[in-house]
Design a binder for this molecule. Structure first.
Ligand SMILES: [Zn+2]
Length: 456
């Protein structure tokens, strides 16, 4: 780098010397300087390196963008998959919710059945209590009756006689006998009544038992139904959890792809930044090369060297059936074009330019000639002729440059053959006219103000 900076400084110094030289009229311009050539060679090498780097980075950028597009497509597909799973999950959740409602209803019914069973159990307990009480009463009555009967039996006729004797009169006797008999009858009736009551209670008990059995049956059915619903719910929940797992897997894949895209975006930004920087560097280099040419050119007002035999009129640099396929100062697409593109065509309109000669438009000195087949900031093999008075002509994309730097050429002398080197899509001559003004600035001017196509 330091070597380059030193050379740039040297170049700047030389430029100053050149400007100083302009001030002296009729001063012959000799620039065949070894240092300058090395400077130019290094600039051109650097330019070519930059071009390669830019092309590489543009290729990388295009590949990265393609990868981003591919991954975005993947992302779309995964997103669709996730949506499908979400739909499935929603359906399953809906079903589970309905089932939960059914289970809740069923639980209510089981609860109310349990209530009914409790009530019947209460009634049964009541009936059993009453039955026990009635049976006890009956037992007491039976015991009393038996005792009385036993007493009556034991006393026999003597008791009848005793009753008769103890009675003051017959009426009293019959009254008493009647009373005893009636008491006995009452006991019998009571026992009968109690027996009937017990039967009735037993019947009621049986009825309640039947109702209870029916309720228990119903409860069993409801429990079975509950088991079925719960099994179905468990199934649905396990399906849902399987779907959820699948969705999670796809979601994590989605995140992975998103991560890849983020990385690619970073790469893409890095490539774009590199390209921008390299293009800026290339622009600087372009200016340096222009500066080199400017430093080696004559200025407006300088009298051309006599050896140029400069007649003041330029000739069209290509002979034959010539066409201008792109004009000054822009291509048909609007991008800058600081010269004219010349081709030769046959009678069928085919481009037959390749290796056709081209000629010096005017006498002058070759101030730059490059013929190594490299890119050369787009011009490929090219040369520049200084015609004096600040006027230069440039000839680009040549298949072979036939002159060398420092050589004096005459108007109409063949200086090369047409080719397609550098930034060119087909054989043609790129022809420019440049003018270095007295203030040192260089303009790339309309070539057709200097030459006109003799075929048009
Ligand atoms: Zn061109």
């Amino acid at each position: 780098m330091t070597k380059r900076i030193a050379k740039r400084l040297l170049c700047l110094l030389l430029a100053l010397v050149c400007v100083a030289a302009v001030a002296v009229p009729d001063h012959p311009q000799v620039y065949a300087d070894v240092e300058d050539d090395e400077e130019l060679i290094e600039m051109r090498r650097e330019y070519d390196k930059l071009e390669k780097k830019i092309a590489e980075n543009q290729k990388n950028l295009a590949d990265t963008k393609q990868s981003i597009r591919t991954n975005e497509q993947k992302l779309d597909d995964l997103s669709d998959e996730i949506s499908n799973y979400e739909e499935q999950l929603e359906i399953l959740s809906g079903r589970i919710s309905v089932l939960n409602g059914d289970i809740s209803d069923l639980r209510g019914r089981i609860q109310s059945t349990n209530g009914d069973i409790d009530e019947i159990n209460g009634q049964i307990a009541e009936v059993e209590q009453k039955t026990a009480e009635t049976e006890e009463l009956m037992e007491q009555t039976r015991t009393t009756l038996l005792a009385r009967l036993r007493e009556s039996y034991m006393s026999g006729e003597s008791s009848q006689l005793e009753l008769l004797l103890s009675s003051t009169d017959l009426v009293t006797y019959f009254t008493r006998k009647e009373l005893v008999t009636r008491v006995t009858e009452n006991d019998k009736a009571l026992i009968q009544q109690l027996t009937a009551q017990v039967h009735e209670l037993e019947e009621l008990h049986a009825q309640l038992d039947a109702s209870k059995a029916a309720l228990e049956e119903k409860k069993t059915q409801l429990n079975n139904e509950m088991n079925t619903l719960e099994a179905r719910e468990a199934d649905l929940k396990s399906s849902r959890s399987a779907e959820q797992q699948k969705k999670n897997a796809v979601s994590s894949k989605y995140e992975q792809v998103q991560g890849v895209i983020n990385e690619l975006d970073k790469d893409s930004a890095a490539y774009q930044k590199a390209i921008k920087m390299q293009q800026a560097e290339r622009e600087i280099l372009n200016r340096e090369i222009d500066e080199y040419i400017r430093a080696h050119a004559s200025s407006e007002g300088d009298t051309p060297d006599e050896s140029y035999n400069n007649d003041g009129n330029m000739m069209f640099p290509v002979k034959g059936n010539t066409y201008i396929t792109a004009g000054y100062p822009a291509y048909s697409d609007g991008s800058a074009h600081w010269g004219i593109d010349i081709v030769v065509r046959d009678s069928n309109g085919n481009n037959v330019s390749l290796n056709n000669p081209f000629y010096a438009a005017q006498g002058g000195e070759v101030i730059l000639a490059l013929n190594d087949g490299s890119w050369n900031h787009g011009f490929g093999n090219y040369c520049i002729i200084d015609h004096g008075d600040g006027v230069m002509t440039l000839y680009g994309h040549s298949n072979n440059i036939m002159v060398s730097k420092g050589q004096v050429v005459q108007k109409g002398q063949q200086i090369g053959v047409i080719g397609s080197t550098g930034n060119s899509t087909g054989p043609h001559l790129h022809f420019e006219v440049r003018v270095k003004r007295a203030d040192g600035s260089v303009d790339r001017v309309q070539p057709l103000n200097y030459v006109s196509n003799p075929n048009r």
